[in-house]
Design a protein around this ligand. Structure first.
Ligand code: ATP
Length: 442
């Protein structure tokens, strides 16, 4: 939830404006004086402040400068008196986003509030533009996926942390995005992803929490961390098992107390955000190995969602394959008709160690090299390097050979089962069993 600050010495106005802000799903703080406002700005992440021009201790215009020193991109809307065009202009020059002339009605106030929040959302989205892939519908009707959908609904309706587990490529990030979009955060805030596995301990800390000017040699100015960028939205911590142990207490504090400190910072900053973590490693084993804190694990694991592997998802495999084919056809301006029957059988029996990501990539490659209009997945067969799969293949072909051989012998003997059994070297009962198990539809 984004945060709004109302600064006015009139208590009634503070009360009515803050209830309008709350009704619009933003969180709100109020201050009756300039000094109170500065105190709040020091200790909370504020997106937008409405400032009365005539405060008891400070002129509104000087307060703009002071607030902007603390949070350079805080949006400020000046509440000016009638016929005070000069102050309004001064406020805009000092960096205010807009001004509203008193007495104003609540529609004007709400419109200004939304106009600013909308532009703030766009700015934040631009900051993390490179992260916007991974959007799209969550495909799947299998029983395990129905349960996952139910968990997404539950998670979206509360604010507690969520821990998503599952093999690589099973859709952990997609599920995290779905929770964000269905939940509160989706209306107002943004989804910020941090890959804990790709940065060194030092970098993760400043990337996550930001730093203050002078925190280290290169820190020539303050830098916002991703926690602050995600304020009002969702922070997605991917590969949480790789979060350096020395940073784990800082994350625990963020979850438990909703506060953090920038690198080199002396004050605690309050922030409202939703935390979703994901991992494909065994966190309990990491706890035993001393690389993951048990208290953090239990704090994150309030709402666990375990994603099934693709091979456990039955008919979803074919649904997903059709979905990717359809989408890639459109994106690549191709007109591939579908999968051949043997290719569909391969889709169902391949173990998909790389799960949905692997399925998508294979289909994409097949489309690129396809000239016939139907995907055969011929390359996939060659690429199968898993021994189990090869074994499965041989077993399947042996079964097939046995079936054909029995059929041949029966034809030669005019369907005489006793004679056929003798030739085959098996009993009549075994022959009957084999015939039953290789019935035409099997
Ligand atoms: N249910 C789904 N429907 C459609 N596409 C999906 C689904 N689940 C995953 N995908 C697609 O599969 C790919 C991998 O998904 P995602 O990145 O969410 O997996 P992950 O579990 O987070 O992977 P990793 O563990 O490697 O980070 C993405 O391209 C995603 O769009």
């Amino acid at each position: 939830m984004s945060s709004v600050l109302i600064v006015d010495d009139n208590e009634d106005l503070r009360f009515s404006l803050s209830s309008v802000v709350r009704k619009n799903d933003f969180s709100v703080e109020t201050a009756a004086s300039g000094s109170e406002a500065l105190e709040i700005a020091h200790s909370s992440v504020i997106d937008l402040a409405f400032l009365d021009i005539g405060l008891p201790d400070l002129h509104g215009i000087s307060l703009i400068a002071n607030l902007r020193q603390i949070t350079p991109d805080m949006g400020i809307v000046m509440l000016t008196g009638l016929n005070d065009a000069k102050t309004a202009v001064e406020a805009l020059k000092a960096g205010a986003f807009d001004y509203i002339v008193k007495p104003f009605d609540m529609i004007e106030f709400t419109t200004t509030l939304h106009r600013f929040m909308q532009s703030r959302l766009m700015e934040k989205k631009a900051l993390i533009e490179h992260q916007q892939d991974g959007e799209g519908p969550l495909i799947g009707q299998s029983e395990p996926m129905r349960r996952v959908r139910q968990s997404i609904k539950t998670a979206a309706s509360v604010e507690s942390p969520v821990l998503i587990t599952g093999e690589t490529g099973t859709g952990k990030e997609m599920v995290a995005r779905a929770i964000h979009h269905e939940g509160q955060g989706g209306h107002r805030g943004i989804f910020v992803k941090v890959d804990c596995g790709t940065l060194s301990a030092n970098l993760v800390e400043s990337e996550l929490f930001g730093y203050e000017k002078g925190a280290f040699t290169d820190a020539r100015s303050d830098k916002k961390g991703l926690v602050e960028v995600a304020s009002g939205g969702t922070l997605f911590l991917d590969e949480i098992g790789n979060l350096p142990i020395e940073l784990q207490p800082k994350l625990l504090r963020l979850i438990e107390e909703s506060t953090f400190r920038k690198v080199g910072g002396l004050k605690d900053i309050k922030v409202q955000l939703r935390i979703i973590a994901a991992t494909n490693s065994d966190l309990l084993a990491a706890i035993n190995a001393g690389t993951f804190r048990e208290d953090l694990y239990y704090r994150l694991n309030v709402l666990p969602i375990a994603l099934p592997s693709l091979r456990e998802r039955g008919e979803d495999i074919v649904l997903l394959a059709d979905f990717f084919l359809h989408r890639l056809n459109r994106e690549m301006k191709r007109d591939i008709k579908g999968f051949t029957n043997p290719a569909t059988a391969i889709l169902r029996s391949y173990p998909w160690p790389g799960n949905i990501r692997e399925l998508r990539n294979i289909i994409e490659r097949e489309i690129i090299f396809n000239n016939s209009g139907w995907l055969t997945l011929a390359n996939l067969v060659h690429r199968w390097n898993s021994r189990d799969v090869e074994l499965d293949q041989h077993l399947l072909s042996l079964q097939e050979m046995e079936k054909r051989h029995i059929k041949n012998v029966l034809t030669r003997t005019g369907n005489n089962k006793s004679q056929a059994a003798r030739i085959l070297g098996i009993s009549r009962t075994t022959l009957r069993q084999k015939l039953a198990s290789s019935a035409p539809d099997k």
